[in-house]
Design a protein around this ligand. Structure first.
Ligand SMILES: Nc1nc2c(ncn2[C@@H]2O[C@H](COP(=O)(O)OP(=O)(O)OP(=O)(O)O)[C@@H](O)[C@H]2O)c(=O)[nH]1
Ligand SMILES: [Mg+2]
Length: 392
């Protein structure tokens, strides 16, 4: 679907930047912007052109807001329409959905996100989704006296060879959990759905957010692209029965600001054209070679199970969901209909969902099959309950 991404604040800006770096030119990425009060944070972005970055909120004097969510809300309310206008150069009116990306524990991004979501909903018919990073426990803890958030940060810093990028330290954000709780509430009022990403659950033992953020951001971008990029096939592609479209995602995600969770898995397959069992070109045929049925069935089955049971953006209690969306993609010859139908039945059992929506995502020259499983209407994830409890 045509998606317009708006990264707000430090985390949001880095995701917008990475999306631009990895997916500029992909048909799904209709627009991408980064907005922050912090000039240095915007200046540190790399792939996103100047014209797609925008500093707002003169009152912040070009700095971040250091976790002052009230200040962030005030600036968001005051500047939402200005931010809406700053998107106009990339034709937001053609977007089929908006995705606001934000670190929920911060201030500039988390503060502005609800007001921008309200403004976009007022201006356009397309659903507004929020993708938000949940803070880690570490961030709210009192720092040691010497700065780095853990021994491994210090070690990584010390081990860095001259010329290597230093490991960014993890800023101390005592209010991160409370900010996140308030922002989750506000976003769920203003957005069609909220897609949280549990930073802490994705850290390896001994890793810190500062040290691991690039890896986490890669995972986040990969999932955003897998879900919203699915089904955007190049012109002229032979399309199987049911290519995923924006309304499938909208139906699955719902419109009441519920939490939705993204599972994703890939599996490498051999492109059929290159590896015919019968010897390439032996019969002088230009027809694409067939894929062995049992290989296709097994690849589809595996990838669906991994997407459903593997690590989610947030852990869902028992994996239960009211609605589930299944997207299966890859080279068309590998998208075995029976295997996908069987996968749907399995997923209905697995999630207890009444509604399983599904769509194909043909990738003509792809070298992997993939599955995306979106659960919506889930029981409250533990980490989100913990965060909500910080504000009672
Ligand atoms: N995954 C990931 N999470 C991040 C990253 N940067 C920050 N976070 C998370 O997002 C939260 C908010 O951080 P920022 O996005 O830097 O905050 P901000 O919106 O710039 O707000 P202020 O700097 O306080 O004005 C932090 O508490 C972290 O949990 C990042 O690059 N990747
Ligand atoms: Mg900041």
């Amino acid at each position: 679907m045509r998606l317009h991404v708006i990264g707000l604040g430090g985390a949001g800006g880095r995701i917008a930047d990475r999306l631009a770096g990895d997916h500029d030119g992909d048909p799904f990425l209709a627009g991408v912007h980064a907005f922050d009060t912090d000039m240095d944070a915007l200046g540190a972005l790399d792939a996103l052109g100047e014209e797609r970055r925008y500093r707002f909120g003169d009152a912040a004097g070009g700095d971040g807001l250091e976790g002052d969510l009230h200040a962030g809300r005030r600036l968001g309310d005051a500047h939402a329409s200005e931010l809406g206008r700053a998107m106009d150069d990339q034709q937001p009116s053609v977007a089929e959905a908006f995705l606001i990306v934000v670190g929920l524990g911060g201030a500039a991004g988390a503060g502005a996100a609800p007001a921008l979501a309200a403004e976009l909903s007022r201006l356009y018919d397309a659903p507004v989704y929020a993708f938000g990073f949940l803070p880690t426990h570490d961030e709210t803890e009192e720092p040691d006296d010497d700065g780095p958030r853990s021994a491994s940060d210090a070690a990584a810093g010390a081990a860095a060879a001259p010329g290597d990028e230093p490991v960014p330290s993890t800023p101390h954000r005592p209010l991160a959990e409370r900010n996140a709780a308030r922002t989750l509430d506000a976003l769920s009022d203003e957005c069609a759905a909220v897609l949280p990403f549990d930073n802490g659950a994705w850290l390896r033992p001994s890793e810190t957010l500062g040290g691991a953020r690039d890896r986490l951001n890669e995972v986040a971008v990969e999932r955003i692209a897998a879900l919203f990029g699915a089904g955007e096939t190049p012109e002229g592609t032979a399309t199987p029965q049911q290519v995923l479209d924006a309304s499938d995602v909208a139906r699955a995600a719902g419109s009441d600001g519920e939490i939705a969770v993204i599972g994703h898995a890939t599996q490498a397959v051999e492109p059929p054209e290159k590896e015919s069992k019968f010897g390439l070109g032996l019969f002088g045929s230009s027809e694409p070679a067939e894929v062995d049925t049992s290989a296709a069935v097994s690849a589809i089955e595996t990838v669906i199970r991994k997407a459903a049971r593997g690590k989610n953006t947030v852990e869902v209690p028992e994996g239960r969901a009211d609605r589930t969306l299944l997207v299966v993609g890859g080279p068309p010859a590998w998208l075995n209909r029976e295997a996908i139908a069987e996968g749907r039945r399995w997923l209905a059992e697995e999630t207890g969902s009444d509604a399983i929506l599904s769509g194909d995502a043909p990738v003509p020259d792809g070298e992997e099959v993939f599955a995306v499983v979106v659960r919506s209407g889930v029981d409250e994830p533990d980490r989100i309950r913990e965060i909500r409890e910080t504000i009672g």
